[in-house]
Design a binder for this molecule. Structure first.
Ligand SMILES: [Zn+2]
Length: 169
């Protein structure tokens, strides 16, 4: 695994290409909106799993975002940047004492992501995330796959993080 520090965020991945992807997204945020970068810096680290997957999880209280190569490699720079914005809202909400019970923070996280895409992203990305918010995607996603599947996926991401905890200290 490789580790680099970029904008005070620790990025860990097997492939330099994946690290570069996250760095590009951070540069994109900095270039467009410096005050948003400050918020994104609430995320302490990004850990990219070597497997192709779109599963992702924000590990708290550590504020490490664990995601798969699918997310990093197949997202445009602006879309990956918007995902970081989304997760940074969860970090800020967590600092304010919210545990995101019943996904109550999702609308505000999605709205921040949508605002970013509206200004800096591609129109289809903006429309896509707007649709996710309208459909309350987080609820649908949670119910549609069986509960066990969802817990299994979350556990996998936590276990994966545990393996690489030392990279973030
Ligand atoms: Zn969220």
């Amino acid at each position: 695994m490789r580790k680099i520090l970029n904008y005070k965020i620790t990025i860990v991945a097997r492939s330099p290409k994946d690290i570069k992807g996250v760095c590009n997204a951070l540069s994109f945020i900095e270039k467009n909106n410096k005050s948003l970068l400050k918020k994104v810096q609430k995320i302490n680290g990004v850990l990219i799993r070597s497997i192709h997957s779109y599963d992702n999880e924000l590990i708290l209280p550590e504020k490490i975002w664990v995601c798969g190569t699918g997310t990093v490699r197949e997202s445009s720079v602006s879309y990956l940047a918007s995902l970081l914005i989304h997760e940074s809202v969860h970090c800020i909400k967590y600092e304010q004492g919210s545990l995101n019970k019943n996904f109550r923070d999702e609308p505000v996280a999605y709205r921040a992501q949508i605002m970013f895409l509206k200004k800096y992203g591609e129109k289809r990305e903006y429309l896509y995330v707007t649709k996710l918010l309208k459909e309350k995607y987080w609820k649908k996603n949670f119910i549609s796959i069986s509960k066990n599947e969802n817990i299994k996926s979350t556990n996998n991401l936590y276990n994966y993080y545990k393996k690489y905890t030392s990279f973030f200290h």
